[in-house]
Design a protein around this ligand. Structure first.
Ligand SMILES: *[C@@H]1O[C@H](CO)[C@@H](O)[C@H](O)[C@H]1NC(C)=O
Length: 312
């Protein structure tokens, strides 16, 4: 009897960022321009590092990997959002939603570990320059990457394992443009108190922990530079303040969404835009394109490409 009346939700509806058609057109234009910029900027970084042998060092490999992750991160949500804005059809299947949550947490977890690895790399380069080549070896670099992906994977599995068996009996509206734990759990028709606690304890703890670890490591590097030299301080200060800006923009929304996730507030989805559309542009811009060696490498590559064209 009960089973017969029990209607399972198999599809969710995104309410999106706005319901007004003119606003949707503006959003469509902006998100398309941003996404194209993200794809081109990050691919440029990956190609330059891969094809220029002068950049085959741990720092640039980590940067190229960060660009690759950023690209995947926004590809997970932005194209779907663009197509929803374009077609006005905002549905996602139950499986699609779970997959989006899973991949989001694999990528998010790995990116956080990668950012810590990059801070460590800078710490060793600045504070222990004589031992840099022995500590940050190519082998170490690969271990850091394997560790990052592994931690991301474990984190995502431990989150998604709790939610795949949830039942949904309506409503099926998600007040956002992508699936994530806080909205998903809210729609389940069970008592979700324990799940809410689990999200705060896992995702919330990881984002807060990584954020403070990064901020402390930047302060530590800055103090070390300040003690040892007088000339390097202003350069270190400008580099680190750029990094701190990106870190605040990346982690601010995460902390907002996961540490106080319940009740979810409408501002969460706008903050999430920072993670999917702004930091994937800022990362290549700040970490890489400001860099002198990187600019020289791009000049070399473009002149090589031009001379290839002349020959053929
Ligand atoms: C990531 O780093 C590894 C090892 O350091 C490197 O071989 C690989 O090419 C990098 N990936 C990208 C996308 O640049």
């Amino acid at each position: 009897m009960y089973e017969a009346n029990y209607s399972e939700v198999s599809e969710f509806v995104f309410l999106g960022l706005s319901t007004s058609r003119p606003v949707q057109h503006v959003l469509l234009t902006f998100s398309t321009v941003f996404y194209v910029t993200i794809v081109l900027g990050n691919l440029l970084v990956v190609f330059t590092v891969t094809f220029d042998s002068h950049l085959h060092s741990p720092m640039y490999f980590l940067l190229a990997n960060l660009s690759f992750m950023d690209l995947c991160f926004s590809t997970l949500t932005v194209p779907k959002m663009i197509s929803d804005l374009y077609s006005g059809q905002n549905t996602i299947s139950f499986q699609g939603c779970v997959i989006q949550i899973f991949v989001l947490h694999v990528l998010g977890g790995s990116e956080m570990v990668l950012l810590i690895a990059m801070a460590l790399d800078r710490y060793v380069a600045i504070c222990k320059p004589l031992h840099y080549l022995t500590i940050v070896s190519p082998c170490m670099c690969i271990w850091l990457l394997v560790g990052a992906w592994l931690i991301g994977l474990i984190h995502a599995v431990t989150q998604v394992a709790f939610i795949v068996h949830l039942h949904f009996c309506g409503p099926s509206e998600i007040d956002s443009f992508y699936c994530d734990l806080p909205w998903f759990i809210k729609l389940a028709c069970t008592d979700t108190y324990k799940l809410e606690f689990m999200v705060t304890a896992n995702s919330g703890f990881i984002s807060m922990g990584t954020f403070f670890l990064l901020i402390f490591s930047y302060i530590f590097i800055l103090v070390t530079v300040w003690k040892h030299s007088s000339g390097g301080l202003s350069k270190a200060l400008s580099t680190l303040s750029a990094h701190v800006t990106v870190v605040v923009l990346f982690f601010g929304p995460c902390i907002f969404v996961y540490v106080w996730p319940f009740p979810t507030v409408p501002v969460d989805k706008f903050l999430a835009l920072l993670d999917f559309m702004i930091t994937p542009i800022l990362n290549p811009a700040i970490y890489t394109l400001r860099n002198k060696d990187m600019k020289m490498a791009m000049r070399r590559l473009s002149s090589q490409l031009l001379s290839l064209r002349k020959i053929s």
